[in-house]
Design a protein around this ligand. Sequence first.
Ligand code: GLN
Length: 493
Amino acid sequence: MSAITDLGVKAIRDGFRNGDFSAREVADAFNAAVAAARGLNAFVVETPELALAAAERADEARASGNLKPLSGVPLGIKDLFATKGVQTTASSRILEGFTPTYDSTVSGNLLAAGAGMLGKLNMDEFAMGSSNETSGFGPVISPWRRSDGGNAPLTPGGSSGGSAAAVAARIAPGVTGTDTGGSIRQPAAFVGITGIKPTYGRCSRYGMVAFASSLDQAGPMARDVRDCAIMLEAMAGFDPKDSTSLDLPVPQWEANLSADIRGKRIGIPREYRIEGVPEEIDRVWEQGIAWMRDAGAEIVEVSLPHTRYALPTYYIIAPAEASSNLARYDGVRYGRRKMPGQGGLTEMYEATRAAGFGAEVKRRIMIGTYVLSAGFYDAYFNQAQKVRALIARDFERVWEECDLLLTPTAPSAAFALGEKSNDPIAMYLNDVFAVPASLAGLPAMSVPAGLDKQGLPLGLQIIGRALDEQGVLDAGLAFEQRAGFTARAEAWW
Ligand code: GLN
C-alpha cells in the first residue's frame, strides 16, 4: 500500500488506467497517510468519505470505459476554495462553521474531471502570510528538518503551507494553492516541490475567498512539472462568473510539454541580486543558469529597474484590496457572530471582528484602510498603482530581450517556526522575489534546485510572458531533468 503514496498525479492516473491498482486502493492509501500525518497539521478538515466516493465512481467509470482526465486521483484542496457541503474557513476563526452551498470553479473543475478530495488544507489566515503561522487553526509544521541536529520545527512557507507540506510528506499527490504575492511559489521552494501560478485570469476566482482581487490566482502544487501541467489544465478555463477570467481556450499543456528549449533566451535580472541573500542561493542560481545553458538556452543579462519598489507597492495594494474585501465579515452573513450582552449592531460588528480576525489580518485591514483614506489615498494607493504600472512595463520591455526569466524563488531556505513571526517586516521581505510577477500578472513557477548546507530545499523561479505557461513549463521540465532533485523529507511524523 505504501508504494501508492510514493506516486505523483501522472503515475496514479496512468497506473489506475492500466489496471495496476483500483481507485479505491489509492483512496485508502492516501486517507490512511493523511490520518497518520496529523502531527503536521496540514489539513484543517479531512474528507476521507469524499475521496472514497470519488474513487468508487472512478472504479465504475473504468469498468464502463468512461474515464475522465483525473479519474482515480485524490487531491488536497486549499481551504481558500469554497467546497460544497464542506466547511470552508480560509483558516480564519471568523468563518468557523461556514459551509458553502456551492463549489468554487477551480475545485469544482477538478472534481468534475474525476478527482477526489482528501480534505481542506491549512493555510495562513485569508492567505496573509509567508509561514502558515497566521492560521487560526495553528501552524503547519514542515516535514523537513535541518540536518544539523537542531531539530527546530520549520515552516513549510505560506500562505499555501498545508498544501506544500501535504505534497512533500506524500500524503497528497497534488494539491491546489493560491498565489497573491508568492503563496504557491515560496512554499513550493521551501519543501522541494513544484508549483505554478498561471497568468492572472487563467483560473477563475469564483468561490475563492478573496484576499487581493487584482492579484489572487489559483494554481497547482505537485511533485513535478508534468503533474502541474496536468492539474492546471483541469483547473483553468473561462468562467462567466468571474469578470476577470480570460475568455481563452485552455491549451494542452501536458500534451505539448517539451524539454527542448534550444534557442530560448533566458534573462537573468541583475536587480534580483540583492544584498543579504545567503551565498548558497547565489550558488544554486549559478548552477541553474549553467543547466539552462546546457539545455541549449541563450543566457542574457537583463534589467528590471523598478524591482526594488515591488515589495512596498505590493504591501500597499494587497492590504488596500484586503481591507475592502474583508468588510463583508460582519457576523451577519457568514460564520461566527459575537454578541455582546448589551449594545447594538455596531458593537456586534466590533465584537465579531475583534474575536474572529487574527493579528496579521487586523494589521492588514488597518494598513489598507489607512492607505485608502481620504487624506492618504493619493500619497499611497494612487502612487502604488502608478508604480505597479512601471513594474509591469519593466517586464514588457524585457520581453524584447528574452523569452523567460530565471531567478531565486525566495531569499532564504525555510526558517524555523517563531523565527520571524514577531517581525512583520522580516516576514514581508521573504516575498521580495515573488511579488514583481504577481503585480504584473505573469505566469511564474518554482522548481526545486538543490539543498543548502543544512539539507533544506532551495527553489528557483521561472517567469514567463503573459499567457506563456507553456514556455514556463517547458523550461521547468528542462531544468528538472538536469537538477534531478529526488531528495525528500524523512518521515518523523
Ligand atoms: N506572503 C504574501 C503576503 O503575506 C503573499 C501571500 C499570498 O500570496 N497569498 O501577502
